[in-house]
Design a binder for this molecule. Structure first.
Ligand code: C2E
Ligand code: CA
Ligand code: CA
Length: 714
């Protein structure tokens, strides 16, 4: 490096750097001097090689370059600098000795920014340098912005286009046009060429209609890439006015939104479909109705709403576990899908007014079906039969064959309702009717059902209040020993002391209590009252050798809760366990065999009596006498009353008493209404008797009176 090539003012650290290249020492000196005086850091070179070296070392922000150099042509150096790192946008000013147009044009082609001719006007040189530096800086910034934009476009797989709506001129700016199904030099037509054929016209129409109406547009469409992939592309934009030229410009961005679309589809799936079975869910069911309804009212055909509830599904969950339950539901869903396959209800092809039917899962084991295009009630009934029929085939789960049945309720648009809420409610009501009629069948909604359901609802509300207001009271029906005729115990029987209706018998409210689950609360209350009452009688010395029998009923009795309650009450009231008897039917015990056996055994071991109630009705399996830990068998009153009607009945009764004795059970007969029944049962060695002939159920006061009489007579 020669001395002249050194920067003359290295201390000017923040000053803009200018490289001056000229072989004419006097010109160079004058220029450098002027620029230094103006505060710039100036580097000077006398030939091309020196210029390139200094450029790379100092990266000047402005280069002034003589056209004629000793070693090479200034134009070549100009082009060489443009190719150097950092040299692309640096302002390059050519110093021309001759003002001929040819040199100026060549300089322009070589990438020069500007030119200045000799002799140089030194008075204004520093000002011109200032202008050059500023425009250089602006160009640099512009390029930086553009670079960032491009990299952002690339990351976002974004392209930008605009079309001059007056001249038709089209431009595309895009780093990776092929990823959007375009080519770098594509025209406006090509914007649509890669769109799937059936979506192409629609996309174009949307954009062009919006442009014509001066509205923003946003549309997306599938685009087939050269690689064969299909991507979803969003095209979004608006019309702007170019003020300077008073022209309208449509500008848009195009973006690959395939992943976004996929996520959106997934969200839609989660929002509208049941994850387990893949059937529609409640929301989609409703949405579908909104589409179906207007079409149905136009074509005048019926729409049937089926409410399908699996019978005893809980048993599968309880006995085989939830995963097995889930598999059963999937199997059921698969069958449901068959309902509309090869069936006469598939929407007729070409019928624009026939929206498809839809099956959805709306709850654990509840399904709803929207069957469109129904022509007659028979048609609907036929479909319902198909549902019941498809369900009946056993499914294999966990290597077990399980038979599922369903109760189906049906409501029909327009006769049973105009809106989906009403139709669903009515189908649900009809489904309950199907359950009531023994399950595994279908029922059409009838207006009267609604009234019944309303009444039931009203009643369970009233019952709830009655419990809170202590309107439930107990009567006690005495039981007597056949050995000595003494009062041996009593059965607590609940009554509803309704301020409006008077004394309501249990047959009028317990069924609702069972349906609504209130029965569990009633069991508890009765147990509590009966224990308190018994404890009182024991303390008064009136209950020696007697038992207080309490009925426990309802679906799904939780035996461990029952035990906990009983033990708590015995402690609280101080009642000894041998005074208490609980009465359970076979049905109640069978619902949860293992738990019932274990806990009843424990209660029995503690001295509490356990009676099997209503024996002779329902299941009535003698084997149950062996399976369950019992102390007492209560023969149902229907047996006692049939005794007179047939000899057969008498023999059966005798046999039951005999077998009960073999199992070491005490036998008590209820419903004894006549002297004859009483003496026959005595002869059969039935241990105890209960019935209207001996005593009706009586109030506490009457019971106390009776007990006083007996204890006094002893
Ligand atoms: P159940 O357990 O079979 O109770 C015996 C029923 O037979 C009582 O009817 C009683 O009044 C009636 N009965 C007694 N002797 C005769 C007779 O000689 N002839 C006739 N025809 N009937 C007689 P009630 O009190 O109306 O109770 C009906 C049913 O309600 C009971 O049948 C029982 O299943 C249920 N129940 C009553 N009280 C309660 C209770 O506190 N809790 C629970 N869980 N259920 C109860
Ligand atoms: Ca009973
Ligand atoms: Ca009974």
């Amino acid at each position: 490096m020669t001395e002249q090539e050194q920067a003359r003012t290295p201390e000017a650290k923040n000053a803009a750097r200018i490289l001056v290249v000229d072989d004419d020492a006097s010109v160079r000196m004058q220029v450098c001097f002027t620029l230094e005086n103006a505060g710039y850091a100036v580097y000077e070179a006398e030939d091309g090689a020196g210029a390139l070296a200094l450029f790379q070392e100092h990266l000047p922000e402005l280069v002034m370059l003589d056209v004629v150099l000793p070693d090479t042509d200034g134009m070549e150096i100009c082009a060489a600098i443009r190719a150097l790192p950092g040299g692309l946008h640096t302002p390059l000013v050519m110093i021309t000795g001759l003002e001929d147009i040819d040199t100026i044009n060549r300089a322009f082609d070589a990438g020069a920014t500007d030119f200045i001719s000799k002799p140089i006007n030194l008075l204004i040189l520093s000002y011109r340098a200032k202008y050059w530096l500023r425009s250089g800086q602006l160009v640099g910034e512009l390029h930086e912005v553009q670079r960032r934009l491009f990299s952002a476009q690339k990351i976002a797989r974004l392209g930008h286009w605009d079309k001059n709506l007056d001249t038709g001129l089209f431009r595309l700016t895009c780093t990776e046009p092929r990823m959007l199904g375009l080519t770098p030099d594509c025209d406006y037509e090509a914007l649509f060429a890669a769109i799937d054929a059936d979506k192409r016209d629609e996309a174009r129409r949307q954009i062009e209609d919006a442009c014509a109406a001066d509205r923003p547009f946003s549309t997306h469409y599938p685009v087939r890439l050269a690689t064969g992939d299909t991507r979803i592309v969003l095209n979004q934009g608006e019309v702007i006015y170019e003020e300077s030229r008073r022209q309208r410009l449509a500008v848009g961005i195009i973006q690959d939104i395939t992943e976004l679309k996929q996520a959106e589809d997934r969200i839609r799936y989660l929002a509208f479909y049941d994850n387990l079975t893949g059937l529609a869910n409640r929301s989609l069911f409703r949405e579908h109705w909104n589409k179906v309804r207007p079409l149905a009212s136009r074509n005048g055909r019926m729409v049937a709403v089926f409410f399908v509830d699996l019978d005893h599904f809980k048993r599968i969950n309880d006995s085989l576990g939830h995963p097995a339950g889930d598999r059963a539901l999937v199997a059921v869903a698969e069958r449901m899908k068959l309902i509309f396959r090869h069936s006469d209800v598939i929407a007729r092809a070409g019928d624009e007014f026939a929206p498809p039917s839809l099956i959805s899962r709306v709850g654990g084991d509840e399904f709803t079906i929207l069957a469109t295009d129904m022509v007659s009630t028979e048609h609907i009934a036929h479909l319902a039969e198909r549902i019941n029929g498809l369900m009946c085939e056993p499914v294999r789960i966990e290597n077990q064959l399980v038979t599922l049945t369903a109760s189906v309720g049906i409501s029909v648009y327009p006769s049973d309702g105009d809106d989906i809420d009403t139709l669903l409610k009515n189908a649900d009501t009809a489904m309950y009717e199907a359950k009531r009629r023994g399950r595994n069948n279908y029922q059409f909604y009838q207006h009267a059902m609604n009234e019944e359901a309303r009444l039931r609802f009203h009643l369970s509300n009233r019952l709830r209040q009655a419990i809170e207001n202590h309107e439930l009271i107990l009567h006690y029906q005495p039981q007597f020993s056949t050995v000595d005729g003494r009062l041996s115990g009593c059965e607590a029987l609940v009554r509803w002391q309704d301020p409006e209706r008077g004394l309501v018998p249990p047959s009028e409210f317990l069924p609702f209590a069972e349906e609504s689950g209130l029965i569990h609360l009633i069991n508890e209350l009765v147990l509590e009252d009966a224990c308190k009452q018994a404890a009182k009688l024991v303390k008064a010395g009136m209950f020696a050798g007697c038992r207080m029998a309490v009925n426990i009923s309802g679906n799904n009795i939780d035996f461990s809760i029952l035990r906990r309650n009983i033990l708590r009450l015995l402690t609280e009231t101080g009642l000894a366990p041998e005074y208490l008897e609980i009465e359970l039917t076979e049905r109640v015990m069978m619902e949860n065999v293992n738990e019932a056996r274990e806990i009843l055994q424990d209660l029995k071991d503690r001295g509490i009596s356990v009676a099997i109630d209503d024996f002779g009705t329902g299941y009535s399996a003698l084997s149950h006498l062996q399976v369950f830990p019992l102390t007492t068998l209560k023969i149902d009153k229907s047996f006692v009353q049939n005794m007179d009607a047939s000899t057969n009945g008498r023999e059966l009764l005798q046999a039951i008493i005999y077998i009960a004795k073999c199992f070491d059970l005490k036998v008590i007969a209820e419903g004894v209404e006549t002297a004859r029944q009483m003496s026959e049962l005595e002869q059969m060695q039935c241990d105890e008797l209960q019935g209207f002939y001996l005593s009706r159920p009586i109030t506490v006061a009457a019971l106390e009176e009776r007990l006083q009489m007996t204890s006094a007579s002893v």
